[in-house]
Design a binder for this molecule. Structure first.
Ligand code: CAA
Length: 448
């Protein structure tokens, strides 16, 4: 069967940076350790005044096309995944295509464009759509571009404010990909939940503590569903486990539960039994509560073992490095985790060709999806072509007062009054937001 997957990735961060430990925590009257140790976050990315979901997405897609030597005729599909859209009818992909048409001679008039919505999981759903389109043979030899782009802002003083971020990931989906091949096998965990939603409002209504539990419950279902297709997962089966990362502390919780699940009835459980006993089994307890308490105690001891720490350091921690510096990018977050893991492996001189990743996506509302990706021979070349470190280093460091202004600029209810805030950085060979048109549409220009 045709191999289909991600041929190339580009990542575009918002050009501003808020230091959470040094700038945000003191202003909120909180200890820096809540961010650095508890949530696992050091900084958030924010869009400058001339950036938004369209500019970040278009700039990522432009670099992707240029780097791969593509013209509009090579692209048969442009899908955008976002939960920060500003229009209920016209999809963001039309704006992004419009931007790209300013810099290419040809157009995208024969490309199918759309927008996917299911909170943070819609980036992965768009990958599915592209995969299925190619596998169905409807692509006429062309590739698809998937852009996951978000300005993940919360209302001021909402607990979620600690986890904000902004950026875009553009992915090229093709036959015989250079980066990763996607598995046909998938697992889903999906239920009608009200943990995080935006009913006709820009900033989310969030039940933060519950959202953490819903993430864990749906991810567990997705893993079990995936195992019903491929058989039990062993922790050594996968080189990396990129998961949706609203903040690294979330993945730390998910990883502990996943490792406990993966090692049940394996030689690892037997080897650890002398030190921490065997895993509690439900049938040995009178109530769910008693079982949950015992399972929690076992998990705490498990995460203290060398075996767990070695697995976590190898498979999970590398996937969180970028998230620590940029915050939550919603739809882009799991795709940032994939890049983060591969980038760390490249920097450590590891050869991952032929290795597999277990990818876990999640969207509030709520749905989790798990699939595998096989790392292709071109992965190191693809990852070394990224300019991510340069982008991160070039970000402008915001003071708290500047952060307050920037938050207002991107607040749809307030921006009319604060558009006089000057940009903090200079546009350089990129698409910028350029005001509103006569029908209320947003307008964009390419600045040399
Ligand atoms: N030193 C060390 N650790 C500290 C600390 C200190 N001084 N102070 C606090 N901490 C730890 C806490 O113990 C806690 O860790 P544990 O959960 O492991 O105990 C962590 O820091 C966070 O502290 P709080 O729980 O007190 O933080 P909070 O209540 O202010 O907010 C939150 C946490 C609920 C996750 C909030 O950030 C939030 O609402 N975030 C948005 C929702 C979210 O991201 N949910 C995740 C699942 S939903 C999803 O994944 C979709 C999505 O992208 C939104």
């Amino acid at each position: 069967m045709t191999s289909v997957g991600i041929d190339a990735i580009e990542v575009r961060t918002g050009k501003l940076r808020l230091d959470l430990a040094e700038t945000f925590a003191p202003a909120q009257g909180e200890k820096p350790e809540k961010y650095t140790k508890g949530l696992g976050l050091y900084a958030s990315s924010f869009p400058d005044v001339y950036e938004d979901i369209v500019t970040m997405g278009a700039n990522a897609a432009h670099r992707l096309m240029d780097r791969k030597g593509l013209e509009p005729d090579d692209i048969g599909r442009i899908d955008v995944a976002t939960e920060s859209a500003f229009d209920n009818s016209k999809p963001v992909s039309t704006y992004i295509a419009g931007c790209l048409e300013q810099v290419y001679e040809d157009d995208f008039h024969h490309a199918n464009k759309g927008e996917r919505k299911f909170a943070c999981i819609s980036g992965t759903q768009s990958l599915d759509d592209a995969f299925n389109w190619i596998r169905a043979g409807r692509h006429r030899g062309r590739s698809a571009i998937v852009v996951a782009t978000d300005t993940a802002l919360y209302a001021r003083d909402d607990p979620g404010e600690a986890t904000q971020g902004a950026g875009a990931v553009a992915m090229l989906i093709s036959e015989d990909p250079d980066l990763v091949e996607l598995s046909t096998e998938q697992g889903y965990g999906s239920a009608d939940e009200t943990d995080f939603l935006k009913p006709q409002q820009q900033f989310p209504s969030v039940d933060g503590k519950r959202s953490v539990q819903v993430y864990l419950a749906r991810m567990r279902e997705a893993i079990e569903d995936y195992e019903s297709v491929v058989g039990p997962i062993h922790p050594e089966d996968y080189a990396l486990g990129p998961f949706h990362t609203p903040f690294p502390g979330m993945v730390r919780k998910a990883a502990a539960l996943a490792f406990r699940h993966f090692t049940r009835d394996t030689e690892i459980e037997e080897q650890l039994a002398a030190d921490i006993g065997r895993q509690p089994r439900r049938e040995a307890f009178d109530s769910d509560d008693a079982f949950r308490e015992a399972a929690g105690e076992y998990t705490d001891e498990l995460t203290d073992t060398d075996r767990y720490r070695e697995w976590y350091a190898r498979c999970v921690d590398p996937t969180l490095e970028l998230s620590r510096e940029v915050g939550n990018w919603y739809t882009g977050s799991v795709h940032v985790a994939r890049v983060s893991g591969l980038k760390a492996a490249l920097e450590n001189g590891e050869n991952l060709t032929g290795g597999r990743m277990l990818v876990g996506s999640y969207g509030s509302g709520a749905q989790a999806e798990v699939h595998a990706e096989t790392i292709q021979a071109g992965w190191a070349e693809e990852i070394s072509a990224l300019d991510l470190d340069e982008q991160l280093d070039a970000r402008y460091d915001l003071s708290f007062a500047e952060y307050e202004d920037v938050h207002d600029v991107h607040n749809h209810d307030e921006d009319a009054g604060v558009t006089d805030v000057e940009g903090f950085t200079q546009p350089d060979a990129e698409f910028v937001f350029d005001g509103w048109g006569r029908m209320g549409e947003r307008k964009y220009t390419y600045v040399e």
